[in-house]
Structure formats: C-alpha cells, structure tokens
Design a protein around this ligand. Structure first.
Ligand code: ATP
Length: 281
C-alpha cells in the first residue's frame, strides 16, 4: 500500500464534480486535479469507493499499482491515488466515455473509422502484451473515447501480470467474469494470457462492427460454451467486409497457439484501415 501511495495526491489537490458512471465498488466521478500549486487544474476521472469497503480498497490499490507501470497513448493513464475520506483512483479523463455507448448512438459510423478505432485498441493491447500484462476485461464498454478518433483502454480491475515461468495467469474462479468475451481455456482451466485477450479483442471487433450489440444474443454461459465447442462462432455482422470478419475468426481459433499476436493483428488491421480510408468507405 505504501508503495502505491508513495506518489500520492493530497485530498486538497482533487475536486470532485458530477458522476460519470458506476462500478462494482463505487462510482466514477468527473473532477479537477491540481497537480502543482502554480499550474492550471486538469480534468480527471476519479474512481471512488462506497462505504470504504475493504474488498474495494484492495481492488483499487491493485488496479493502481498495475496502472502505475503503464505508459501508452492508447491506455488510460493513472494520475495518482488519493486518500481523502476514502480511497480514490485519479485517472486522465476520456471525455466522450465508453465506446459501446458511442457505437449505439452513431449508427452511421464509417468502416474506416471503425478500423481506425480497432487499430488503436490493438496498439494498446500490443503494448500490454509486450509488458506481460493480461487485461482480462477487454470489451467495448471498457474502451473509452477521448475524441471521436482517439480510443483508450480502461478498467484494469481484473488485469494481472503474467508469471514469467508459467507464461499465464491462473485465476481463482469465475467471480463476476465477462464470459461472453472469454476464450475456451479461460472458461475451462481459468488460464489467462495475451492470447486470451486476443479472443476478447475479436469479440470487441465484433461489437464495433455491430453497433455495440450484445454478443450471443441472450444465450446462457453453458449454451455459449457448447456453441463454441461445436465449432460455431459469432455471426458475421451485417455489411461487414469479409476480410474484417476473417480477422475476427483468427482471434477465435480454439487453440490459442493458432491465434495471432497483437503485433501481427495490428499490421493486418492497419493495412485494411489505409485501404478503406483511401476509398472513404
Ligand atoms: P465494472 O464493475 O464494470 O468493472 P469498474 O468499477 O471497474 O466497473 P470502470 O468500468 O472502470 O469501473 O468505470 C465505470 C464507468 O465510469 C465507465 O463505464 C465510464 O463510463 C466511467 N469512466 C471510468 N473511467 C473513466 C475515464 N477515465 N474517463 C471517463 N469516464 C470514465
């Protein structure tokens, strides 16, 4: 705890404003942060805790210690941790909020724009892959937009460093897991690595191409598992280019060895992005 709080923010440096969203242990509020006494305050998003719940406190501290190690333009940056009346995680603000909501509202989004966002998310994930971090909750609801054309990956509440010796993270059990975004090895063996994030990235691509729809309709977890085991996958979204769907299918290869790394995915997506941008489709 001292480790996280060492580059701590004082309560008088943070001013809380309206609510942005709610999470498992409390709410996320908009705010202003005074980094130094001389500089102008910067707009921030602040994860706050309800009733000083010890489980929530532990989760915020673990999220903060992981975020502190990350530095990438497509990943939400942590500004600091503040212990006022309760513990707060202060992050840079992504003004336009969750990508899922943006997709639901902007039904006429162009394909080049969808690809542009995918390339950016993939770039952030490539960075996490290079740092041996597994996100474990990649989904359109956890990608935030700074502008229409600038995405950042957020919500590191479930993220973990991968153990170098085993090369995967072994989770304890299915708590509140986002099963519809999870690869088979996560559901069967609770094993997570960057290739299981690749599966979730494929589902996120599907959400982007489907106006933020819910994957697998209303199927129950057991039905989804059976559906996937039988070789089925999420349908090709309406009007989705075959080459984009082909990339999703690669992300959903049953064996993780057959799925591409984020590094390679980024190259394929960039190529398509350039082509669609040139044609203005
Ligand atoms: P969950 O229970 O879904 O895991 P959580 O407690 O981890 O939630 P987040 O998903 O990180 O919380 O944040 C909840 C909501 O707060 C987001 O959906 C978003 O609307 C808002 N939010 C979080 N961080 C930011 C940010 N940096 N900029 C703008 N809005 C944010």
């Amino acid at each position: 705890r001292d480790d996280v709080l060492s580059n701590d923010l004082r309560p008088d440096q943070v001013r809380l404003e309206g609510k942005l969203g709610s999470g498992q242990f409390g709410e996320v509020r908009r705010g202003m942060c005074y980094l130094t006494s001389r500089s102008n305050p910067v707009p921030v998003a602040v994860k706050t805790l309800k009733n000083n719940d010890p489980a929530g406190e532990k989760e915020i501290l673990s999220e903060a210690s992981l975020m502190k190690q990350l530095n990438h333009q497509h990943i939400v940056r942590m500004i600091g941790v503040c212990k006022g009346e309760s513990l707060m995680l202060v992050m840079e603000l992504a003004e336009l909020g969750p990508l899922k909501k943006y997709l639901e509202k902007n039904l006429d989004i162009r394909v080049w724009h969808q690809l542009e966002l995918m390339v950016q998310i993939c770039d952030g994930m490539r960075y996490l892959e290079s740092k041996d971090v597994v996100h474990r909750d990649l989904a359109a609801r956890n990608v935030l937009l700074v502008t229409d054309h600038f995405a950042k990956i957020s919500d590191f509440g479930m993220s973990r460093m991968v153990d170098n010796s085993s090369a995967y993270y072994l989770a304890h059990g299915p708590g509140r897991w986002p099963l519809m975004w999870y690869a088979p090895e996560c559901l069967y063996f609770h094993k997570f690595d960057s290739k299981s994030d690749v599966w979730s990235f494929g589902v996120t691509m599907w959400e982007i191409m489907s106006n933020g729809s819910r994957p697998y309709d209303r199927k129950k977890p057991q039905q989804i598992l059976h559906f996937i085991e039988s070789g089925n996958r999420l349908n090709k979204p309406r009007n989705c280019d075959d080459r984009i769907y082909e990339i999703m299918l690669q992300c959903w290869e049953f064996s993780k060895e057959d799925r591409p790394h984020f590094q390679l995915l980024k190259i394929s997506l960039e190529e398509l992005y350039r082509e669609f941008l040139r044609l203005q489709i």
